[in-house]
Design a protein around this ligand. Sequence first.
Ligand SMILES: C[S@@+](CC[C@H](N)C(=O)[O-])C[C@H]1O[C@@H](n2cnc3c(N)ncnc32)[C@H](O)[C@@H]1O
Length: 226
Amino acid sequence: MKYDVTSDINRDYFRSKLLQYTRKAFKMLPELQKPRILDIGCGTGVVTLELARLSNGRVVGIDTDQAALDKLNVKIEQAGLLNRIKTLNCSMRDMRFPDGSFDIIWSEGAIFVIGFEEALNEWRRFIRPEGYLVLHARLGSIEQRVAMIPTLEYRFIDKFVVPKDAWWDDYYGPLERLIEGLRHKYRNDPKAQVILDKAQTEVDEFKSKPEFHGSVFYVMRRTSGG
Ligand SMILES: C[S@@+](CC[C@H](N)C(=O)[O-])C[C@H]1O[C@@H](n2cnc3c(N)ncnc32)[C@H](O)[C@@H]1O
């Protein structure tokens, strides 16, 4: 039998346990008919697929990691959603969509790449006037960010904190236990051990950084001007 440590580390399974928060944020939006949604930093698309299921709209997922997009493309086909989800290898810093292309921009776990303020500023023009922006970000100065929202031509709708232990209980804890199990399975495979070391480093980083424990959803609406 051929083993593949990368596919054994099935993060999507753990990530999907946190989709309850994606659903909670989605419910904060009014019902939109066939919304055009952009998912920025979609990765392997656990959230992208859920956005397509939650809406009756079309979703574009962008990311710079082609391997992740390839995995997502397979899942889109398997889910029969080829007509509603498209992927694009494109940086969030270099998006070329026409102004007002989307009813909703959604981004989970990716705005650390450019920062909260820059994301609001740079992405505004791609949202149609009165369209929505939903961000899932690491803990940080929540009140400062909420105060910043109206200064950047958005109206704050709501926010909520993902419980402090959710990322450990649902994602990093099970990932660490999985890594421990795979150490034995791949005990004679040095290359696999390097991949497991890398995954363990990510778990250790999580443990050492309190700002990773818990995260925040921000839901806002682009104002009609600007
Ligand atoms: C922590 S993952 C989040 C994936 C997914 N949104 C989720 O919540 O499960 C962050 C993603 O941002 C992507 N990313 C990093 N820099 C990027 C950039 N400049 N433009 C677009 N995506 C980027 C990474 O490749 C990665 O897939």
